[in-house]
Ligand binder design. Structure first.
Ligand code: ZN
Length: 130
């Protein structure tokens, strides 16, 4: 199952929780749902989609991996910072499924984090029965 996401900024955080729930098979009752990002300059995390926190996440990524450092990969396509930021975020999350629902905590959402946008991206959603 594939979700498509259009990002609008170079760093862009998109809450994809409802997209995952929409694509989720209704007959799937118990197990694990994985969301995988098949890209090298974007990541996915589970966290709180509060607007000021999203801004803090963007600024933290910029501080941790500055755009204007000298990177060897920049001689290829000038996006080494995006690869390194994506590597810190990780490329997949696994969420337990209990009684047909994602067992996310009250403040948890699935956040796709673009590091080299704007682009159209895809996410692969897989369900594993338990
Ligand atoms: Zn690259």
């Amino acid at each position: 199952m594939t979700i498509q996401v259009d990002t609008t900024e170079r760093i862009d955080i998109v809450d994809v929780t409802s997209d995952v729930i929409d694509i989720f098979p209704s007959e799937f009752d118990r197990g694990v749902c994985t969301v995988f990002v098949p890209h090298t300059t974007a990541g996915v995390v589970v966290n709180e989609p509060e607007s000021r926190l999203l801004s803090d996440i963007e600024h933290a990524l910029e501080r941790l991996v500055p755009r204007d450092e000298e990177y060897d990969h920049n001689t290829i396509d000038d996006n080494a910072d995006a690869h390194l930021r994506a590597m810190l975020l990780g490329e997949s999350v696994s969420i337990p499924v209990v009684d047909g629902d994602l067992a996310l905590g009250t403040w948890q959402s699935i956040l796709f984090i673009e590091c080299d946008g704007p682009r159209t991206r895809s996410l692969e959603v897989t369900t594993i029965p338990a």
